[in-house]
Write a protein that binds this ligand. Structure first.
Ligand SMILES: Nc1c(NC[C@H](O)[C@H](O)[C@H](O)CO)[nH]c(=O)[nH]c1=O
Ligand SMILES: CC(=O)[C@@H](O)COP(=O)(O)O
Length: 238
């Protein structure tokens, strides 16, 4: 059981009880105490001050944002009319992902891929719901991401590569093409395409971001892919 006390200004939004460790508090009004004592997506919100009547809950899967019970248990706070649509990382059932990974600098990209796969597993994405597509280099990622998106089989496409600066301007061409290409793939296919391509000055910087002292960017990108997939599937479906 986790417990968080937040004191800040603004309005308080929660995604779900299970999301407390992942950007669940976007702001708080007054002094607010949250107890994670119920299973997601149910929420127990305990407000420690009377002005907590402005609390809003964005519960995963809740189409309507109902009232929030204050700590006293007798007052029912009115919900705001403003809707906040946020993807959830906790409800991944049925979501499908493609990972496009570049073989260039494979010593790095394999580690990024491992980080991504571990994160998908941690967030209960099934192996059967993940396809991994290898391409020669980061320059080739966008055209494949675009095609995968247009297959309408996947909820998000995770793009993984490692562009490491050399002696010439080749780095800039590949890095910029990969970035703008992945963006274009998302826009033209309508499927979220997430940029998990490292663009680094040297190999040390790349390895540090592939499970070294700066974390694993493949893992972070996988979490972004899950949130975007959920946002589209549960809130932005056409
Ligand atoms: N130098 C890097 C490349 N270069 C290869 C290109 O991505 C591409 O495969 C080639 O130009 C043929 O079209 N790729 C990376 O992923 N990382 C690099 O550092
Ligand atoms: C992205 C690349 O930069 C690369 O490997 C090319 O290196 P160089 O600029 O030394 O030819």
């Amino acid at each position: 059981m986790a417990s968080i006390t937040a004191v800040a200004t603004g309005t308080c939004f929660l995604q779900s009880a299970n999301d407390l460790s992942h950007q669940s508090i976007l702001g708080a009004r007054g002094a607010v105490h949250f107890s994670k004592s119920v299973s997601a997506p149910a929420l127990l919100l305990q407000a420690s001050r009377s002005n907590s009547s402005n609390l809003n809950v964005v519960g995963f899967g809740r189409r309507k944002y109902g009232s929030v019970r204050s700590r006293g248990g007798d007052a029912v706070a009115p919900a705001s009319a403003v809707r906040h649509l946020v993807g959830s990382v906790t409800k991944t059932e049925g979501l499908r992902f493609a990972i496009v990974v570049a073989r260039f600098n494979e010593v790095v990209t394999r580690l990024l891929l491992e980080g991504a796969l571990e994160t998908f597993k941690r967030y209960s994405v099934r192996d059967e719901d993940i396809d991994v597509v290898w391409v020669p280099g980061s320059f080739e990622i966008p055209v494949v991401a675009d095609r995968l998106g247009k297959l309408r089989k996947y909820n998000a496409i995770l793009c993984i590569g490692a562009v490491v600066r050399g002696d010439t301007s080749h780095y800039d061409a590949v890095a910029n093409s990969a970035a703008s290409g992945v963006l274009s793939a998302g826009l033209s296919s309508g499927v979220p395409c997430v940029f998990g391509v490292l663009t680094t000055e040297d190999m040390d910087q790349a390895l540090n971001r592939a499970g070294g002292k700066s974390g694993n960017k493949g893992s972070e990108a996988a979490l972004t892919a899950i949130e975007m997939a959920s946002l589209f599937e549960h809130h932005l479906k056409q």
